[in-house]
Design a binder for this molecule. Structure first.
Ligand code: T4K
Length: 400
């Protein structure tokens, strides 16, 4: 390992020649892509829910053991379409965590709804049912939107009981949660509907894309109407305005990614196990352990850094790693209740989410996925161990 004088932060050679991002970025071989995609040029049917998109939906329904899979442009749009299909009233209030990607909350506001930010459990990083219960008493809420963060399922049973007690829908942002299970059942089957992301950085990669799953056939029909070309679906008596097309190129990529999904989960699992083995003995580092093994896709390697014990802040560690071409991320900092425009629109949440605020000072994600070999995982861990062991000198030299 390096000497503290030749860290890349001081302008020396980085540990890695090219950057290691957090995204999964798996792709099929060019040959396999060609084998799925080649007849598209003869068919000249490029988008609008073509043959490949329909095939992908069938395969997703099989894999997720769910009655309906509706592919859409991306998860953000999928969430907005879900709000519309569920008939949530304009200006209605929806309980949602602030510790999530901006898309979760933006999808609500794009659908004309208002977020009611709820704090999370510091163990699961997901909605805390007790805090949801309290908010249900304080606000006139029309729905609950849970997020299965890092692929770790929410406390679905308790949330469903709360939603049922008020007669409102519960639905899920499952952007991180493909191939994850809750009590043995695939995510995709819970609440009124669930929304997955197939963005390139996700373990299921359609380059861009998303999917809404539901066991409610009527809801699925409304979603398909919304998704179709601006409400112009054939045989629809009362077309509604909608958008959310999915192209054949996305579907081709997605079909291959779905074929590879189990293998990718296994690869991620091995990388996460190595990370945890090497990092858990370092003072000040707490590795977030996923739910029981069968439930996870292992795509996010999440740490909490205790500045006092580690000797340096999370942000200092991130800077040091970035200089070494290890692009660790601070998902999802700051919490959405501190982001514009929500911080000014809803100032009542500024100090209402202590667990979220505390987590936002500590959380860090490390690279995994295709660009990261097992050897790279070892070297990243050694680098972090070195930084911790020399934290006092590094702090004095680089962060005084
Ligand atoms: N709900 C939740 C909880 C989510 O996390 C997300 C998305 C959504 C909803 C919405 O899903 P989509 O509408 O996107 O389907 C990334 C992703 O863009 C975003 O999809 C994801 N969550 C979020 C957690 O991460 P950024 O802005 O942090 O990263 P990005 O896309 O710039 O890329 C990350 C790294 O990967 C960079 O270092 C560059 C590299 N990269 C990225 C792409 C796209 C590549 O090397 N090649 C690529 O093609 O948001």
């Amino acid at each position: 390992m390096k000497d503290i004088a030749n860290l890349a932060l001081a302008g020396h050679e980085p540990l890695f020649d090219s950057i290691l991002p957090v995204g999964q970025l798996y792709s099929p071989s060019k040959e396999r892509f060609h084998s799925v995609f080649h007849d598209l040029f003869d068919r000249r049917y490029y988008t609008n829910h073509g043959k490949l998109a329909q095939e992908l939906e069938r395969r997703l329904e099989e894999r997720l053991e769910v009655r309906n899979a509706v592919v859409v442009t991306n998860a953000t749009l999928g969430l907005s379409l879900s709000c519309k299909a569920l008939g949530l009233p304009p200006q209605g209030k929806v309980i949602v965590p602030a510790f999530t990607f901006a898309a979760t909350v933006q999808a609500l506001t794009w659908a004309g709804l208002e977020p009611v930010f709820c704090d999370i459990s510091n163990k699961s990083h997901n909605l805390d049912p007790q805090k949801v219960a309290a908010l249900l008493e304080q606000h006139d809420v029309c729905a609950i939107l849970g997020v299965h963060l890092w692929g770790n399922p929410c406390d679905i049973e308790q949330l469903q009981t709360l939603a049922d007690s008020k007669g409102i829908p519960l639905f899920f942002d499952a952007a991180h949660a493909i191939a994850c299970r809750y009590h043995g059942k695939p995510i995709g089957n819970f609440g009124a509907c669930e929304v997955f992301s197939f963005h390139a950085t996700k373990i299921m990669n359609a380059t861009e894309g998303g999917c809404i799953t539901t066991n409610d056939d009527e809801l699925a029909e409304r979603l398909r109407n919304l998704r179709s070309s601006y409400g112009r679906r054939k045989n629809v008596k009362t077309p509604i305005d909608g958008y959310g097309r999915f192209s054949e190129a996305q579907a081709a990529f997605g079909l291959l990614s779905l074929e590879d999904l189990s293998r990718r989960c296994d690869e991620n699992c091995q990388k996460m196990a190595l990370y945890h083995k090497k990092l858990s003995c370092i003072p000040g580092i707490h590795c977030i352990s996923p739910a029981p093994e069968e439930n996870m896709n292992y795509q996010y390697v999440v740490l909490e850094i205790d500045e006092k014990e580690f000797g340096l802040s999370r942000d200092a560690l991130q800077k040091l790693l970035e200089a070494e071409n290890v692009i660790a991320r601070r998902y999802f900092v700051p919490g959405m209740h501190h982001c514009p425009p929500y911080e000014t629109l809803f100032p009542e949440f500024a100090t209402a989410l202590p667990v979220t605020d505390a987590l936002c000072t500590k959380v860090l994600q490390l690279p995994s996925g295709a660009p990261v070999s097992m050897d790279a995982v070892s070297r990243i861990c050694e680098c972090i161990a070195f930084v911790q062991a020399n934290s006092a000198d590094i702090k004095r030299t680089y962060f005084a």
